[in-house]
Every structure is written in structure tokens, then in C-alpha cells.
Design a protein around this ligand. Structure first.
Ligand code: 5GP
Ligand code: MG
Length: 182
């Protein structure tokens, strides 16, 4: 088994690249259908974790769109701090626009809730949430998750853009924290 080590922790393979690709394709098809008639939606990619997902998703879309990046952070090490910090705000007006939030993981939903607030305040006409991964056992908010490519249990994962203290983003597969750390 190809176990990897990042900082002090071991991780084991959990979702293979081919499965990720299929799931991203399915979400892209749904978005292509749903947003066909919408005038140039904005895809709001949440840095850093969703940069690879965003790049793969965009290349499977056949609608014309804008891509905007925003940077928020809530995780320290392998757990959430509960507080969402805005590190880089919106660089483009979303007033009257359809915005698709592109997230890496929806966990507690604090980040999505914060984004929703920002987008409402800035006058977005319609807000859709798209995430690569959803942790349904952790998510307790009322905001609808319109598109979730994959669902996972409450484990800490890395790879495909996701990090453990900045390491591990480059892997094509997704890895999960190994239960036996020895
Ligand atoms: P939430 O605000 O929903 O609790 O957490 C959202 C953010 O925390 C995600 O966008 C992601 O950046 C980070 N996060 C949540 N779960 C994980 C995980 O298992 N691994 C990594 N690397 N980051 C996570
Ligand atoms: Mg994120």
C-alpha cells in the first residue's frame, strides 16, 4: 500500500484519480444543464484548497463563465478553528449575477455560511454551492449544497489540492489519515 508521510503524519489512499474524474464530470454535466440559459455565471473558487478542482471542473464546462478567486481559512493542522478568516476578498462585483461557489470540502459549513453572507451582502442574484467533497455527518447548516461530487465520512483527507499544513496538495489521488500512525 502506498502510504505517504506529511510532516509527522501518515496517510493512505482513499479516492483514486479515476473516481474523482468521474465525479467531477457528473457535476459538470449537471451544471451545464442547469445553467445553460444563465447569462455568464461567476464561478467563485475558494482558495487554496479548490484550485485543482476548479481547474478540472472548468475544463468540463461548456457554458461561458467568469472565474473569480477568494481566499478564506478556517483550518489549523487537522481540525477546524470554527472561525472563518477572510484573507483575500472579492475582486469583482457580483451584483445581479449568478454565482457558483466552488469549494473543496464542505465540513461544518461555517465557510459556506460566511460566503453566503458575503455574496448576499454584495447583491448576488442567485447563489449555488458546488463542492468536491461533502462531509454529511458534519454539515448542520440550512444552506442547500447544490452540487457535491463526492461524500465522505468525518475523516481528515489530503491530496487533489487539499493540504495538511500546506503539504500534500500535488497528489492526483485523495488520501486519508492512517488510523495506525506507526
Ligand atoms: P467548514 O467551514 O465547512 O468547516 O470547513 C471548510 C474548509 O475546511 C474546507 O474548505 C477545507 O479547506 C477545510 N477542510 C475541511 N475538512 C478538511 C479535510 O478533511 N482536509 C483538509 N485538508 N481540509 C479540510
Ligand atoms: Mg476550502
Amino acid at each position: 500500500m502506498e502510504r505517504i508521510k506529511l510532516h509527522d503524519k501518515f496517510f493512505v489512499p482513499c479516492i483514486k484519480a479515476a473516481e474523482i474524474d468521474k465525479a467531477v464530470e457528473a457535476v459538470a454535466n449537471n451544471i451545464n444543464n442547469d445553467l445553460k440559459g444563465v447569462d455568464t455565471p461567476i464561478f467563485l473558487s475558494v482558495l487554496n484548497g479548490s484550485f485543482i478542482f476548479t481547474a478540472d471542473l472548468m475544463r468540463k464546462l461548456d457554458i461561458s463563465s467568469d472565474v473569480v478567486f477568494i481566499k478564506l481559512a478556517s483550518y489549523e493542522g487537522t481540525s477546524t478553528t470554527g472561525e472563518v478568516k477572510e484573507i483575500m476578498g472579492l475582486t469583482k462585483s457580483v451584483k445581479g449575477r449568478t454565482v457558483v461557489v466552488v469549494e473543496d470540502i464542505v465540513d461544518t459549513g461555517n465557510t459556506v455560511e460566511e460566503l453566503y453572507k458575503i455574496l448576499k451582502r454584495e447583491g448576488a442574484a442567485d447563489i449555488k454551492i458546488c463542492t468536491l467533497l461533502l462531509k454529511p455527518d458534519s454539515y448542520k447548516k440550512d444552506i442547500k449544497i447544490d452540487y457535491a461530487a463526492l461524500q465522505i465520512p468525518n475523516d481528515f483527507i489530503v491530496g487533489y489540492g487539499l493540504d495538511y499544513d500546506q503539504l500534500g496538495r500535488q497528489y492526483k489521488d485523495i488520501y486519508v489519515l492512517d488510523e495506525s500512525q506507526d
